[in-house]
Design a protein around this ligand. Structure first.
Ligand SMILES: NC(=O)C1=CN([C@@H]2O[C@H](COP(=O)(O)OP(=O)(O)OC[C@H]3O[C@@H](n4cnc5c(N)ncnc54)[C@H](O)[C@@H]3O)[C@@H](O)[C@H]2O)C=CC1
Ligand SMILES: O=C(O)C1=N[C@H](C(=O)O)C[C@H](O)C1
Length: 269
């Protein structure tokens, strides 16, 4: 029997890190071979199962990412932009598939990811769920069918610990809406209205962000016309959704040529 692919999870103590560890441990298609946290974190050196409050898993939390990646076939990374940029170089060096869920990256960060993808298989998406990726398809379709008399507004809601806005998902949906209209999102994006903003500019795509409590992730794409509104909605109620999508991506990426892929490639949408 051939060896199961070994997976490393970065950001091991995070909300997504812990969910990903549970998902990988529960899978019979891969094995957990490493977990990485930032230098100085008090979980470094501890068994990850015990650190998470359960039974030992025989995997020690490390801050030596390259050493962990060298023993793996894939890295699943839901951390922060600066960490993800560094991991992209290390995953390429270690010849690991790099699955990136981290959001909040700048254009400059994304250019670095594209550069790393010349030598590595990178799968990146602001949302790894099947539902949201389907919603991007629907958004593009509806946007293409309607003219600019329908104002497009994207409204997202997340928990009170989220650090970036608009969410990665909202931006994916905005890109899809812009593509449907045949325009560039950066030319029509309107985020964070406040004060005397003036009337809405026709053709703009607006973004609003709600932050509160333990909301996992909710996204509406509203097409507001004269006398009607069409609203496409996705509600995530459990983070395991994202972790299962990320693991699917890590397995799908095995043996794929270096390049930048997304969840539409993984899901065949
Ligand atoms: N694409 C998707 O489907 C989803 C993406 N996300 C994104 O994933 C990211 C993480 O989200 P959460 O888990 O909620 O955040 P979190 O704050 O709970 O976890 C982030 C973890 O990364 C760790 N970290 C930071 N720098 C590091 C470094 N240099 N080395 C190793 N570990 C490092 C932190 O210590 C922390 O444990 C965010 O950007 C979020 O938007 C979250 C859910 C779904
Ligand atoms: O930070 C989160 O929690 C989430 N982040 C992603 C995003 O920015 O869209 C995906 C999901 O909505 C949860």
């Amino acid at each position: 029997m051939s060896e199961l692919p070994g997976i490393v999870i970065t950001g091991a103590s995070g909300r997504m890190g812990q969910m990903l560890i549970k998902t990988v441990v529960a899978s019979d298609k891969c094995k957990l071979v490493g977990v990485v946290e930032r230098a100085g974190h008090d979980w470094i050196g501890r068994d990850i199962g015990e650190a998470m409050g359960g039974a030992a898993l025989g995997v020690t939390v490390t801050d030596d990412a390259l050493d962990a990646f060298a023993k793996a076939q894939a890295v699943i990374d839901f951390t922060a932009p600066a960490a993800t940029i560094a991991f992209a170089g290390l995953a390429a060096q270690a010849r690991c598939v790099h699955v990136i869920g981290t959001t909040g990256m700048t254009e400059e960060d994304l250019a670095k990811i594209t550069a790393a993808a010349r030598h590595a298989t990178i799968i990146r998406a602001g949302n790894m769920s099947l539902g949201v990726n389907l919603l991007t398809k629907l958004t593009k379709m509806v946007s293409a069918a309607l003219d600019a008399d329908y104002d497009i507004e994207i409204i997202e809601a997340h928990h009170n610990r989220k650090v970036d806005a608009p969410s990665g998902t909202a931006l994916m949906l905005g890109e899809a809406a812009a593509e449907g209209r045949g325009v560039k999102l950066e030319e029509v994006r309107d985020s964070g209205r406040d004060g005397i903003t003036g009337a809405r500019k026709p053709g703009d795509i607006g973004f609003s962000a709600i932050r509160g409590g333990d909301i996992v992730g909710e996204h509406d794409v509203m097409f507001a016309g004269e006398g009607e509104r069409i609203i496409l909605r996705h509600v995530a109620s459990d983070r395991s959704l994202f972790a299962k999508g990320a693991l699917k991506a890590a397995l799908w990426g095995q043996g794929k040529k270096p390049g930048e892929y997304d969840m539409l490639d993984v899901l065949g949408l």
